[in-house]
Design a protein around this ligand. Structure first.
Ligand SMILES: NC(=O)c1ccc[n+]([C@@H]2O[C@H](COP(=O)([O-])OP(=O)(O)OC[C@H]3O[C@@H](n4cnc5c(N)ncnc54)[C@H](OP(=O)(O)O)[C@@H]3O)[C@@H](O)[C@H]2O)c1
Length: 306
């Protein structure tokens, strides 16, 4: 019997690399759509696409079990109007391109899992957001709204559709966590701003299992918050991280220093200052088993191996 196939668009990055390895280990044939395909020796195949136009790659969608779309320009850059346009268009275009080609595929994938982000809710300070909470209306929230809207209007009647609104992903090999850990080791791991902003984090291992769960669960459809059950404040997060890295104290980092540091590092201060306190209501209702539901063990796991 031939293997079930998973196609991961934008699967060359931080989350996609972990997903590809996991689905491969689960016995799937894995194909990654990327703008810069490489020849790999780990059984994962990469195909060229540009996220905007149909191409040869369409064929891999025929009879695929699932398509997962992670494509989008990284948000870790200054959020100038120009960068925000590029962040938005890379996401909306990839969704629209997939939607358009799926219409022409004879046997389309049974499920399309689309990445979204908890940035959808905007800066909500301490307010707890489940999946029914409204859109936030700030610049990044608008990007998330347009990204999801493109997915919502996609007419793919034979394909189940799921969006994961992903929180701050903690992993050793990418994303912001290794940078935070490095700064903390240098005694620069103080609470950021007033420290009261919430971080809706998720361990990469649990996120990967969430993707697998919604691919496998035929009843899963619509929006799911992909976050751990216990969002924490920035002050709590940094306290736990310092503990895990044996750095009992670091000076707090006031907002002006965050803004200056972000400018020097070519980043965006609002990424560290905005607050999102989200709960994974639908994953919990579906009985999802978290391996890391509390922050201290998640950080112990990550810090013991870096
Ligand atoms: N990491 C997090 O904490 C987090 C949190 C919330 C949401 N998310 C969302 O989850 C998705 C995956 O995140 P990630 O951390 O794995 O990001 P990543 O490492 O930056 O990977 C994203 C991939 O998108 C592709 N890409 C970049 N610009 C593109 C463009 N203009 N057109 C088409 N493809 C483009 C790249 O693949 P190629 O260069 O190979 O084409 C890249 O490997 C993203 O949409 C992100 O917004 C991530």
């Amino acid at each position: 019997m031939s293997k079930k196939r998973i196609v991961i668009a934008g699967g060359s990055g931080f989350i996609g690399t972990a997903l590809a390895v996991e689905f491969c280990a689960r016995g799937f044939e894995v194909i990654v759509l990327t703008r810069a395909p490489r020849l790999r020796t780990d059984g994962i195949r990469e195909l060229a696409w540009d996220g905007e136009h149909p191409g040869e790659w369409i064929q891999c969608l025929n009879e695929a079990e699932a398509v997962i779309n992670l494509a989008g320009r990284n948000i870790n850059c200054p959020h100038t109007p120009e960068n925000l346009r590029a962040i938005a268009s890379s996401r909306v275009n990839s969704v629209q391109t997939l939607a358009a080609v799926l219409d022409h595929v004879k046997t389309p994938p049974r499920v399309w899992v689309q990445a979204g982000a908890v940035g959808f809710y905007g800066d909500t300070r301490g307010e707890l957001c489940d999946e029914s909470a409204p859109n936030g209306g700030d610049a990044l929230a608008n990007v998330c709204r347009d990204w999801e809207a493109a997915f919502d209007v996609a007419k793919v009647p034979q394909t189940r559709k799921v969006i994961l609104r992903i929180g701050f992903v903690l992993g050793r090999e990418g994303g912001a966590f290794p940078v935070l850990a490095r700064l903390t080791r240098l005694f620069l791991g103080g609470a950021v701003g007033d420290g009261g902003q919430y971080i809706s984090w998720i361990h990469l291992g649990d996120l990967v299992r969430m993707f697998a769960a919604v691919v496998e669960n035929e009843k899963a459809a619509g929006v799911f918050n992909a976050v751990a059950p216990a969002a924490v404040t920035n002050a709590e997060f940094m306290h736990e991280l310092r503990g895990a890295l044996h750095r009992p104290w670091s000076p707090p980092v006031p907002e002006f220093a965050v803004r200056l540091g972000a400018r020097l590092m070519g980043s965006e201060p609002s990424l560290a200052l905005a607050s999102q306190r989200c709960e994974p209501k639908r994953f919990r209702a579906a009985g999802f088993q978290f391996q890391f539901s509390k922050l201290p063990p998640a950080l112990q796991d990550l810090c013991s191996k870096i």
